[in-house]
Design a protein around this ligand. Structure first.
Ligand code: MN
Length: 264
């Protein structure tokens, strides 16, 4: 991708919505690297996964969005993160982007959360279409100081633009919640084995009907020292290559031994 280094086109999306602090910091961090187009959900869409809108129209409204260089081209989209990237690539960008970035998410997207994440799904949509893409997440929920994660995002993007991209993947980047000068560096990781142990809070509505609200505890089941969770817990930026091919290749051979076609 080095050929495009002078002015790459970078499409930015997220799942926290176009007014989130994280997308502003990402746009600010990348503004001087390339030409920016932003297409982000009008409303927060965290944890929608790879949902797309099929039964309703999707609208894109030009949005006032100021970066360090001035007004950036931005659209608020009435859809999901995957909708934003699909629509932007088809209708909103002036040419095929060199890179699609998503985030910076408010909260980690490590381990199994990759499945639930709208942030990662925006990047996945680009990867499906063969465009290099990066999902950025800052490992602190709610509001936070995006200064360090913005600097990390810029360094990661510069690294991507300087190197040959492995086709078909996205990079899932998780940034620890520590000051920039305390970050130890970048670690290439795998997703940790972990899961949510769900507990639905049960309450009563004003009509005495029960309702349930998802909560839960995230449990790390993985003792490895090369996982995304280990990296961010130990002061490293975690970079996990992710592919959308969900085939369980390890199971194919065992399944082929079954008597699938034995009609006798
Ligand atoms: Mn989010």
């Amino acid at each position: 991708m080095a050929d495009n280094r002078d002015r790459p086109l970078i499409l930015i999306s997220n799942d926290d919505g176009i007014e989130a602090a994280g997308i502003l910091s990402l746009a600010a961090a990348l503004d001087s690297i390339g030409d920016i187009v932003i297409a982000a959900p009008l409303q927060e869409m965290s944890a929608v996964g790879h949902a797309i809108t099929m039964r309703d129209p999707v609208r894109a409204r030009p949005w006032p969005f100021r970066g360090p260089s001035g007004q950036l081209t931005a659209y608020a989209v009435s859809g999901t993160p995957a909708d934003c990237v699909k629509l932007a690539l088809d209708k909103l960008v002036p040419r095929r982007p060199d890179l699609v970035v998503s985030g910076i998410n408010h909260g980690p997207n490590t381990a199994v959360n990759v499945i639930y994440s709208g942030t990662v799904s925006a990047a996945t949509e680009a990867a499906i279409l063969g465009i290099p893409s990066i999902a950025f997440s800052y490992c602190k929920w709610g509001s936070g100081d995006f200064e360090a994660s913005g600097r990390v995002a810029r360094q990661v993007v510069e690294q991507v633009l300087d190197n040959e991209w492995p086709a078909g993947i996205l990079l899932n980047v998780n940034i620890p919640d520590i000051p920039f000068d305390q970050i130890k560096g970048v670690m290439i990781t795998r997703q940790a084995q972990a899961r949510w142990e769900e507990q639905f809070a049960e309450r009563l509505d004003p009509f005495d009907r029960p309702y349930y609200w998802l909560s839960g505890t995230f449990v790390n089941l993985d003792s490895g020292t090369n996982t995304d969770l280990w990296a961010v817990d130990n002061g490293w930026v975690s970079v996990t290559p992710v592919h959308h091919d969900l085939t369980a290749y390890r199971a194919m051979e065992a399944l082929q031994q079954w008597n699938w076609n034995d009609k006798a």
